[in-house]
Structure formats: C-alpha cells, structure tokens
Design a protein around this ligand. Sequence first.
Ligand code: ARG
Length: 463
Amino acid sequence: MAKLWGGRFGAESSSLLDRFNASIGFDQQLWKYDIEGSKIHAKMLLSIGILNDEEYCKIIEGLVHIGTQIEKGEFEFRISDEDIHMAIEAALTDLIGEAGKKLHTGRSRNDQVALDFRMYVLDHNQIIRRKILNLMEALLKIAQLHTETIMPGMTHLQHAQPINFGFHMVAWCVNFKRDYERLSDSYERNNFLPLGVGAMAGTPYGTDREMMAKALGFKAPTLNAMDTVSERDFALDLLYDISMLFMHISRIAEELVLWSSYEFKFITLSDAYSTGSSIMPQKKNPDVPELLRAKSGRVFGNLMALLSVMKGLPLAYNKDTQEDKEGVFDSVSTALISLDILQEVIATMNIHPENMLKMAKIGHLTATDLADFLVRKNKLPFREAHQITGKIVAFAEEKGVDISELEEEEIFTLASLEISGVKEVLNLKTSMNARDSFGGTASKRTCEQIDILQKWIKEHKNG
Ligand code: ARG
C-alpha cells in the first residue's frame, strides 16, 4: 500500500515497521476532533483562496460522510494508514478525488495531532468536572441528613474527638472541590489553538489562526509554532489532575472499606455494589472501593510514563510523543467510570448511626473538653489541666468505662478542683457542638459548610 508520505521511498515499508509505527489502533478515538479540525482548516483555506467553493463543499460533504461511516462502525481502520489523520485524509481523497489532496495545504500532522489531542483533553476535562459536581451533590445530600449523627473523629486512626457524620462527608466533598478547581485552572491554561503552526515553524500561506481559534472555541492561537508541536503539558496537566483526584478517591475508598468491616460497621454497602466470595458463603466484600483504591496505581503510572517520555526531548516534534495518548485515554476512562460508581456506592450505602454512636462512647473522646473545662473553671495552665485529665482517663480505663460515664464525685476526688457542671461538658453532643469556630464540626457550622458548597455547585453547574 503506497504511503501518503511515500514520494521519496523506493521500496515498500516492512509490515513489522507498519505494526510498530502505527498509532491507528488507539488514536482512532480522536476521529471526531480530527474531522472537526479538518472542517475548520478547509474553511480557512477557502477564505485565503487555496480552495474554491466547489472544492470546499466537496471536502465538507466528504468529511461528514466519513464521520457517519465511522460512527456506524462501517469505516475500515487499516494499519497501513498509520494514524487517524492519514486514514481520514486517504479516505477523503478516495471519496472525492483531487479536492481531497488539497486539504493538507499549510498543515502538518504535527499540528493536526496537537490539535486533535488537545481538543480531546479539554473536552474530557469538562466531562470529568461535570461528574465531580454530581459526586459532590451526592455527598452533600448525605451530609445534610447527618449533621447530628455523632461519630468518633480520628487522628492516627485512633479515637480523637466527637464529630458528626455530615462533617466527615463535607471533608470528602472539599477535596473534590479542589480537584474541580485544579481542572478548571488547567483548562484555562491550555485553551489555545495549536492548528496552523505547520510542521514546526509556521506556514507561508497567510493562515488565519485567529479565525480558526474562534471557530473551534479556543481563547486564542498558541504563541510559538515550535513549542506548539513539541509540548504535551496540556496532557500532563490532565494526568496530574486525575492523579490528585485518585489520590483523594483512594483515601475515601479506604475509609469505605474500613467502615464496612465488622470492626467498624458504620456502613453497609448496598448489595448492588458488593460482591461475594466463591468459597465463603457468608462474605460480602467491598470490591468496588478496593478497586477504586487500586486504580490510583495505573493513574499515577500514566503520569510517570508521559513525564518520562517527554523528559530530555529536543525541540520540536519527535515521534516519541505518539506515546502520549494511550495513558491519557486510560486515565480518562478510568476517571469516568470511577466517578460514576463512587457516586452510586455512596448514594446507596446504608448508614448505621447507632454503631457510630456506640464507637464514639469508646476512647474518651471528650477528654480535651474536660481539660478545657478545668482551664476555664480553675484558671489552670493548659499543661496542668492536661496532666490531671490524663489521670482521670487512666482511672476510667482501669474501671473499664468512658470518662463520660464517670460520676461527678469520682472526678472531684481525682482532680480536687471546682468541677460543677462537668457532666454536661463530657457529653458527646455538647462537645461536638462546642467546636463552633468557622469550619468546625458543630452541627450549625456543618450546615453552613454544606450551604456554601451547595451554592458553589449551583454556580458551577450553571456557569
Ligand atoms: N501519529 C502521530 C502522533 O501521534 C501523528 C504525528 C506524526 N507526525 C510525523 N511527522 N510523523 O504523534
């Protein structure tokens, strides 16, 4: 099969080379963007007099026809066409004849691939962001129902202070807000048109890049032709954004796994999102959160792979960058399905407030409140109050109860200080609601956080 670039070649390329060199197996995913870019490029060629009206119309009709064929699965992707750009161009010339051969005027596959891939990246940046908003909404829906549901807040995975379950859901939610904002930032940074820079140095045809940028919805054309065909920062940005997203997802997944164990039993995952064991009939396994936790491995790997491909490349285009796509496609499809399933798992889980409360009564969660109380009541230095509280905790431990269950007399005997009203201070709910600084766990502060996030989501859904 003669190659579109075959003019100077005497012999046919080896089929092994064709297999090794081709990207058509994966870059066919870019077909829509390739056709969209070609249409605008043709329009620009018409405007600068390279194409006449008839040629232009033939090209557009041909491209539309090819698009329909691909959509219907009737297009034959051949390895001998090497990549999606040449596959479409060759099919166009087959279809409409001479006019098809004019389409590549003032264009190189180097700027063509930079355009197609950037359009893919920006498009999926938006799709991922929409899914993040949906997930945030699902989290806040649960948060709203549980602003009074006491659970043990933990540091070092040890009981620390009483919080409410809604507050914990909000904590997850703000991670996703940052992920969204990170994606928005990289969208803005990369929203520039690569097309029209030619192979590396610009074109001699008076290419109207402003017009093409506008027509394709970019902010402006990129500034430097050589950089444009060479850089893949836009793809790395997306890989990094998705990596951060998955670092967060993996932490949430870990908590879902822990919470659905018998040791915690804070939640039960719905049957629709749990799996069984082939040998142990009693098992209900959290496979979905486990897989979500693991997906960060491939996503981080994709980032490392492309960073390594790009490191040390000389300017300008190098074939190395053909290796930029598969990892990005993989990270994107992983993100899309993962965000959907995480949202489902969260929306359908059964929450067990009674078990959360039971666990909140273990581990002396209100010890800090007792220390603070002794400081306020007796004007003690905090360090001293900390010491005394420690002794009271040790006593409760020995007795096998939580400090909230000690009698006022017992505390008085140990502290020999003014302690009237201490029982109220040791109450879990009082303690939770006492943490009412902005951003704190107090129910009213949790509601405030939910409110702020809901308004933010609304703005971004409409914007
Ligand atoms: N398939 C190539 C890629 O993905 C397209 C650009 C090829 N350009 C070239 N001069 N060989 O990077």
